[in-house]
Ligand binder design. Structure first.
Ligand SMILES: [Zn+2]
Length: 413
């Protein structure tokens, strides 16, 4: 098996942990830092793959849990893999499903990052809700959110599912906790994630050798540990040096419960320990201000559903901050969403038109707003990459946040 995966660092910033590099995959390179748009169910909702390529997306990330339930990982395998199936010729990622099976289990579908002070007890997560998932040392048993059928994910099953889906970059199956969990529970979950990481490496090795005709798929370990410095550092130390069946992780994902105010600390604790020559992906982070924190603290790639999800509700990112196009003040505004944006939407349509299609609930509203938001975030990270190469990242950051944060405060609906 030819291991056609590598990471080359082209430039390391002297004032921070940031670096510029290239991740090489069997489906092409990714220039980093890079934002990876999310197509959860093998589609970026409402947008054609060609439009994603045109707006500068270098890779797409889909979700193993959703694709396992529908249409089934075997269908994607038969189709020739995720990229072939969804008509995306470039690199692809899948996340392991750990986040989804567990976040459905505790009843939070979307938000894991929240104020650590709000809840303390483990039993809060069960609440009055019927739990959809139960975790034990072997794996997670969960109920499908689609039809209520029972399923079980173990590290081995997650690897089998992700190999069938066939993305270039996969993530190890981890136990994803929330800030609701107590410190003793976080420790337990971290030990479990470590044991599961070994099982993922073993199964990944076995499947790689079994499926010799398939392109090499890289496996990233996932660093947990919530907001605790010692736990995060331990996870980075243990997983960073882990080798099993002669196989180590090709890169790392930083995941789990975190307080947004602690993001920079958490990422820097971890990235100062992880092997420098392997790529680091910050899972589920994609708000403009957080991307700067991630980049300057040594993360190479990012994914987040926010850009497309908020677009469908008429919320757009601009240099003037984030606002909602359905607001009546845009009814006669014949300027682009963002006059500094070079996307298809901004070069062909006005705020007044966008306001009209959102008010009329026209399908094209989602398409046009998603193209703009994805372009805005992809381009912002591209600009960070260029600023690192030019040696003016700090100025670029201050300039962007000065305008963005200032105007956001004024313009938020
Ligand atoms: Zn635009």
């Amino acid at each position: 098996m030819l291991v056609s995966f590598s990471f080359d660092i082209k430039h390391a910033d002297s004032n921070s942990l940031a670096r510029v590099g290239t991740i090489n995959t069997p489906h092409g390179p990714i220039q980093t830092p890079a934002f990876i748009p999310v197509g959860t169910k093998a589609t970026v909702k409402s947008v054609l793959p060609e439009a994603m390529a045109d707006l500068g997306a270098q890779a797409l990330l889909s979700n193993a849990y959703h694709l396992y339930l529908q249409p089934g990982a075997d269908i994607l395998d038969e189709a020739g893999g995720l990229g072939e199936f969804m008509n995306w010729p470039g690199p692809t990622f899948t996340d392991s499903g750990g986040f989804q099976v567990l976040s459905l289990g505790v009843g939070f579908k979307k938000v894991l990052a929240m104020d650590a002070q709000t809840f303390r007890r483990d039993d809060v997560i069960a609440g009055n809700k019927d739990r959809l998932a139960h975790v034990d040392d072997e794996g997670v048993t969960f109920k499908s959110h689609l039809d209520g059928t029972m399923h079980r994910f173990t590290p081995e099953v997650s690897m089998q599912v992700q190999h069938q889906i066939g993305a270039d970059i996969m993530f190890a199956f981890d136990e994803c906790t929330t800030l609701h969990n107590t410190r003793p529970y976080q420790e337990l979950a971290m030990d479990r994630t470590y044991a599961w990481a070994i099982r993922c490496l073993d199964e990944h090795k076995r499947l790689t050798e079994e499926r010799t005709t398939k392109p090499y798929q890289a496996l990233f370990g996932v660093i947990q540990g919530a907001q605790y410095e010692d736990l995060r550092k331990k996870a980075a130390t243990d997983l960073g040096s882990l080798e099993s069946s002669g196989q180590s992780f090709d890169g790392f994902g930083i995941g789990g419960a975190l307080d947004k105010g602690q993001l920079g600390n958490i990422v820097s604790w971890v990235n100062q320990i992880l092997p420098e020559d392997k790529p680091r992906h910050l899972l589920g982070i994609g708000a403009p201000e957080d991307l700067f924190v991630g980049v300057e603290n040594g993360c190479d790639t990012f994914d987040c559903v926010l850009a497309s999800r908020i677009a469908r509700t008429s919320a757009v990112y601009t240099m003037e901050g984030r606002f909602n196009l359905s607001n009546s003040r845009f009814k006669r505004d014949f300027t682009p969403i963002d006059d500094e944006c070079d996307c298809y939407t901004c070069t062909h349509y006005t705020r007044a038109y966008m306001h009209h299609v959102f008010r009329g609930k026209e399908i094209i509203s989602a398409t046009l707003a998603t193209i703009h938001n994805e372009r805005f975030i992809v381009r912002l990270v591209d600009q960070m990459r260029q600023a690192l190469l030019d040696g003016n990242f700090a100025d670029m950051k201050a300039d962007f946040l000065g305008r963005y944060a200032h105007r956001s405060g004024q313009d938020r609906d």
